[in-house]
Design a protein around this ligand. Structure first.
Ligand code: ATP
Length: 359
């Protein structure tokens, strides 16, 4: 059997005049935990609805286990969805909610009871079957919604911001539980979140979305440490995006920024001397240099301290804002100071490289 469980091929969708999905392509492996990460309105929920069959695409194909299900009814796809708002039936007990789809399938009562109790054990709510949804906390309700979604063992579980309604502490606890559950059941999870930390913590791969397209698909480490575009670098981990000109000294590539040469680490691309290059450098990797020879000259504009992190906003000689962050308080730098900043070449990633530069 193929390792690929789900493929989206050139999926396009418009609502009225608005092109919401502009040609999505992705292959998802059996048992994978993949997260769609992107800002509000970029098309995440529409993508899940097309996978589940609640929405049809205008063109393109949805292939589930090698079969084209683009026009198949939701009930005929081995896919379930967990929504942010739980969507439990309020007038039914927990057991009746969890066993609802089994009852529709005319499974015998004794068997339903057994499967429901097993599902409640998996989500760590054994013995809660007789309660009503109103007698549960938010976290417990979401566990019931998950039990209901896994009771008929779908091949793929779609989770649309399932932890969005929970407070931070419960959210963290449920993140760990969901990951455990996914490993235990071996079900493919396609997960939506706005929260980059959640995506980085939980996923095998992340698909970063922008305006109805996947901007980059990769492991959390690919996305965080090797972003391919300035959009991914600034959306995930808020990197500084700095533009300069390619310059070569002794065969090594540097960035010329307002006459200063800063090191960059790029061996896989052949970049013409003098062409514009864009570097992404995370705020914690910006160094404050003693040597003013080859760094970027800046003025300190603002210094704030929050949650154990010092955040220094500086303006470069070309008027660009750069953020520097540090653990703890540094009393040596003050608003109005002139400083010189730089970075180690291992800490910088070139983004938005043209394909023609590839070696
Ligand atoms: P959020 O994170 O806010 O949930 P999202 O990335 O999931 O956003 P979608 O819900 O997929 O985004 O919506 C994408 C775009 O499509 C939005 O501009 C939305 O207004 C529009 N849209 C979604 N459903 C419909 C619909 N049924 N009719 C018209 N426009 C729609």
């Amino acid at each position: 059997m193929s390792d690929i469980i789900l493929q989206l091929e050139n999926i396009k969708k418009s609502f009225g005049e608005t092109d919401v999905l502009k040609g999505l392509n992705i292959s998802i492996s059996r048992g994978e935990f993949i997260t769609l990460l992107g800002p509000s309105g970029c098309g995440k929920t529409t993508t899940l609805r097309i996978i589940s069959g609640l929405e049809t695409c205008d063109s393109g194909s949805v292939i589930l286990e090698g079969e084209d299900v683009t026009f198949t009814q939701p009930n005929d796809r081995n896919v379930n969805t967990v929504f942010q708002n739980y969507a439990l039936f309020p007038h039914m007990t927990v057991s009746a909610n969890v066993g609802y789809s089994l009852k529709l399938k005319k499974m015998k009562k004794a068997e339903i009871d057994k499967v429901v109790e097993e599902a409640l054990e998996i989500v760590q709510l054994p013995g809660y079957g007789k309660r009503m949804p109103s007698e549960l906390s938010g976290g417990q309700r979401q566990r019931v919604a998950i039990a209901r979604a896994i009771v008929n063992r779908p091949k793929v579980l779609l989770l649309d911001e399932p932890l969005g309604a929970l407070d931070l502490q419960l959210r963290r606890q449920m993140q760990i539980e969901l990951k455990r559950l996914q490993k235990q059941l071996g079900i493919t999870f396609i997960y939506i979140t706005h929260d980059q930390e959640e995506a980085l913590n939980m996923s095998d791969r992340i698909a970063v979305m922008k305006d109805g397209l996947f901007e980059q698909i990769g492991t959390p480490s690919d996305i965080y440490d090797r972003p391919k575009t300035s959009y991914v670098a600034s959306f995930v981990g808020s990197a500084n995006i700095i533009k300069g000109k390619a310059a070569y000294v002794g065969g090594e590539l540097f960035m010329n920024y307002d006459g200063s040469l800063l090191p960059v680490n790029e061996q896989s691309a052949r970049i013409p001397e003098g062409s514009e290059i864009t570097a992404a450098v995370r705020s914690e990797y910006i160094l404050i240099e003693d040597d003013s020879q080859n760094g970027i000259h800046c003025t300190v504009k603002e210094k704030t301290f929050s949650a154990g992190m010092l955040r220094i906003s500086v303006e470069t000689s070309l008027g660009q804002e750069i953020i520097i962050s540090r653990h703890g308080i540094d009393s040596h730098i003050n608003t109005g100071d002139s400083i010189v900043i730089g970075w180690e070449k291992e800490r910088v990633v070139l983004v938005d490289l043209e394909d023609s530069y590839e070696k």
